[in-house]
Design a protein around this ligand. Structure first.
Ligand SMILES: [Zn+2]
Length: 316
């Protein structure tokens, strides 16, 4: 038995054939040169076609296709409501992809998929109460309670990037202001660095990239922090401060056995990871913070495709 798992991020899509034990049999990654729903659908369909050509028996044994999408969904209707990093609103992506692939397609939030992958074959193995927080270009989370995904009444539970940390604060891609993601999501960290580098107090940051503000990344920010640039330190500590407090409160509310941390920004920014760990260890409620085990995601880029595939199997 195989399932097809697809992970649709803001810059790349990845398709993988996954077996029932959650092992990747084969996978392909394609860069999204164009982000219109039509172009993305076409790109994914081509990648899937190629996977089936490379694995001629897989299509016959395929029993589901799951797609993890970075955004807010109306999953039962196959609708992507808001996907800030793709610039999508109300896109009937489930239906579009189903037509292009000729197979039924189920949509999941990308973090839901990643959490399900980590739970079954990664950092969550053997755990029944787990909180997963990822910081990449966006910020997301997923909640596993008593071995099950918490989805909420409208499938919106765990939308952690959009908890408010500064009422009326920075503009977020979701259309609202003051969301956590607007401070610590990779795209927004870079935007804040570019704003800073354009000001006199950001001259050190500007010089660091030879005046080319397009070269500013969260990794550049951490280098500047380590070398004592005060303006970079202020930006970093505000962003990480919001993240740490929000995650600590989340741990207090949910009392997870394990907190799994991952995502492109968090995995490349050790200072952020360290300060987040310290924040949870000091700002969570006493009993919850003493008992929670804080670990890094174990599957890297693979968690999304594995989880989406496993969720698409008939009895996940
Ligand atoms: Zn938001």
């Amino acid at each position: 038995v195989h399932a097809l798992g697809i992970d649709l991020g803001g810059t790349h899509a990845r398709a993988a054939l996954v077996d029932a034990q959650g092992r990747i049999v084969d996978s392909l990654r394609s860069k999204l040169s164009e982000r219109t729903p039509e172009a993305v659908t076409r790109g994914i369909a081509e990648a899937v076609q190629q996977l089936f050509q490379q694995n001629p028996h897989a299509e016959k044994t395929m029993s589901g296709c799951g797609v993890g999408v970075a955004g807010q969904l109306d999953a039962p209707k196959g609708l992507v409501k808001v996907a800030p990093n793709l610039g999508w609103r109300d896109v009937p992506f489930g239906q579009m992809l189903q037509q292009a692939l000729g197979h039924p397609v189920k949509l999941f939030n990308d973090l839901t998929a990643a959490a399900w992958g980590e739970l079954h074959v990664g950092a969550g193995r053997g755990i029944r109460d787990m909180l997963v927080v990822f910081v990449g270009s966006g910020v997301g989370s997923a909640i596993i309670s008593d071995g099950r995904l918490v989805r909420g009444a409208h499938g919106l539970a765990g939308e952690f990037g959009h908890v408010k940390v500064v009422p009326g604060g920075r503009q977020c891609g979701c259309g609202e202001k003051g969301c956590l993601e607007a401070y610590v999501g990779g795209h927004h960290l870079i935007a804040q660095m570019q704003e800073l580098a354009a000001k006199p107090e950001g001259s050190a940051l500007r010089q660091r990239v030879g005046g080319d503000l397009k070269k500013l990344t969260p990794v550049v920010l951490e280098d500047a922090v380590r070398e004592g640039d005060p303006a970079a330190q202020a930006l970093h500590s505000t962003a990480v401060g919001h993240l740490a407090l929000a995650v600590a409160n989340y741990v207090t509310v949910l009392n997870p056995a394990r907190l799994v941390l991952g995502g492109g920004v968090l995995s490349r920014c050790p200072l952020m990871r360290e300060q987040l760990g310290k924040g949870v260890a000091t700002l969570g409620s006493l009993l919850a913070r003493q008992r929670v085990e804080v670990v890094d995601a174990a599957l890297g880029d693979d968690s999304g495709v594995i989880g989406a595939a496993l969720l698409a199997l008939p009895n996940p």
